[in-house]
Ligand binder design. Structure first.
Ligand code: FES
Length: 139
């Protein structure tokens, strides 16, 4: 599986990680083309179902990128997202699928470098894991 290129969905908060992705782009900071950004008004908007649907419909990995703790514009959205991400990770573990396929990250709008670093980190991690067995689009 040397040439496996994972597809990774990123639920990205409008106020922080989406702005960080923008900054990475305008600063010409390179990150892998494997990620597909889904902009959300706040990570608190991301449900367990959204994450599972992304895994079933083509993504080999998913991460939610929200504002730094204590800076969510909707107060507790990123804490709620963190709990939901943990719920999905536990669910995956129970059915013997690597929980590392789903992660939560926190970053500010000024962290273009971190956005790129996280994209690289997730791409490498999911490359090592291989294609997701949950992915119905490849069966
Ligand atoms: Fe960014 Fe809530 S507004 S995570």
């Amino acid at each position: 599986m040397d040439n496996f290129e994972p597809l990774i969905a990123v639920f990205s908060c409008h106020y922080c990680s989406y702005a960080a992705a923008d900054l990475a782009g305008s600063s010409r900071i390179q990150y892998p083309p494997n990620i597909r950004i889904i902009k959300v008004p706040c990570t608190g908007r991301v449900s367990v179902n959204h994450i599972l649907m992304a895994l079933e419909n083509g993504s080999d990995g998913v991460y939610v990128a929200g504002c730094l703790k204590g800076t969510c514009h909707f107060i507790r959205g990123n804490y709620k997202a963190e709990k939901r991400v943990q719920y999905v990770r536990d669910l995956l573990s129970e059915i013997n699928i690597e929980p590392e396929r789903v992660q939560m990250y926190f970053m500010s709008a000024a962290e273009g470098n971190k956005f790129a670093e996280v994209a690289r980190e997730m791409t490498e991690a999911v490359k090592t894991l291989g294609p997701s067995p949950l992915n119905k689009s490849k069966s």
